[in-house]
Write a protein that binds this ligand. Structure first.
Ligand code: AGV
Ligand code: CA
Length: 313
């Protein structure tokens, strides 16, 4: 069994990624933290608990709410998506919720799970790195308990996905939300698998993939994928600021099966202040990370579709 702790930020693809991690045969989810970045935290915690109830095979997993704060907050329109997912009938058939909410905040919960662990635990972070940076600062010795980090965030491309006043557009949102947390995790020795825009740009949500899921909606897992991705806009004619990609789902897939992608070592630093804050820069003598720079669409979509399919269990 591979053990993993997930921290996500409640977007549609964060919640789908949680669902997919729960479907991986050789993976045990040891805990979940929810950062109030690309979501409002109450519906995102509630949706996470319901997903574990419905699709988690009665695993006992606690969900912890984070009290971390933004340097640069997400647009409200995107943060609202968690309310819709939380209200989907497929997640609300059985009440009350069984999966407990942790009594501690997410960074303390992470510390606690790592301290109690006998073996190393991998981390999957699908939003900002704030809770990890805070946990490392508060209890530096937990680093020895961490296997590898899989993080959806950052980019070395000239064009990122931040379109905000007072920014030059060169950063990815999870890095922009808290650039200092990125810098602080970069100072640790944790091996980092970076699922950056270089690879996620290759997996936009399309109507074609939605229709494939729709055809198989008699299966509850595929129905959940279809319902969740109905909340956000696909790529149709051209890319806009709201076009949805399978950022976090790709990150979960890389954790589950890294033969789907190609990686290369890159030495880097992060811009912490000013117009380019959150941008990653290649730099000799910087922090080495394994950049996931390429993915084949077809095998990726086949992998997640077959993971989701409840008949394959
Ligand atoms: O930058 C990608 C990150 C991922 O973790 N999030 C969405 C994914 O959960 C922020 C984001 C960037 N563009 C977005 C985002 C958009 N158009 N809609 C919602 N969230
Ligand atoms: Ca996310």
């Amino acid at each position: 069994m591979r053990k993993v702790y997930l921290n996500h930020d409640g977007g549609v693809d964060d919640l789908v990624a949680l669902f997919l991690l729960l479907q991986m045969e050789d993976v045990e989810v040891t805990g979940v933290g929810v950062t109030p970045a690309d979501c409002y935290v109450e519906p995102a915690v509630s949706a996470s608990r319901k997903i574990i109830d419905k699709f988690g095979e009665k695993q006992k997993i606690e969900v912890a709410s984070s009290n971390s704060r933004a340097k640069n907050p997400f647009p409200k329109e995107w943060r609202m998506h968690a309310f819709t997912v939380d209200a989907l009938p497929i997640l609300n058939e059985y009440q009350p919720i069984q999966t407990p909410q942790a009594e501690t905040f997410a960074h303390d919960h992470l510390i606690q799970v790592l301290q109690e662990a006998k073996e190393k635990i991998d981390l999957v972070f699908l939003g900002p790195l704030t809770d990890l940076a805070r946990a490392l600062q508060k209890q530096p010795e937990i680093e020895a308990k961490i296997g590898e980090l899989y993080w959806m965030g950052g980019t070395f491309l000239d064009k990122g996905n931040v379109e905000e006043p007072e920014h030059d557009g060169s950063a990815e949102w999870n890095a922009f939300w808290d650039p200092e947390a990125v810098a602080s995790v970069w100072r640790s020795n944790i091996p980092i698998n970076l699922v950056a825009l270089e690879s996620t740009n290759k997996v936009p949500l399309t109507n074609e993939i939605r229709n494939q899921w729709a055809k198989k909606r008699a299966d509850e897992g595929l129905d959940f994928l279809g319902q969740a991705y109905a909340v956000v806009p696909p790529l149709v004619h051209f890319q806009t600021n709201s076009t949805y990609f399978l950022w976090d789902v790709l990150t979960a897939a890389v954790f589950g099966n890294d033969s789907l992608v190609e990686k290369k070592a890159v030495s880097s630093t992060v811009v912490e202040q000013g117009l380019s804050q959150g941008k990653l820069v290649e730099q000799a003598n910087g922090r080495e990370v394994a950049l996931v720079y390429s993915v084949d669409r077809e095998p990726f979509f086949e992998y997640i579709t077959s993971l989701a399919n409840q008949k394959n269990k």
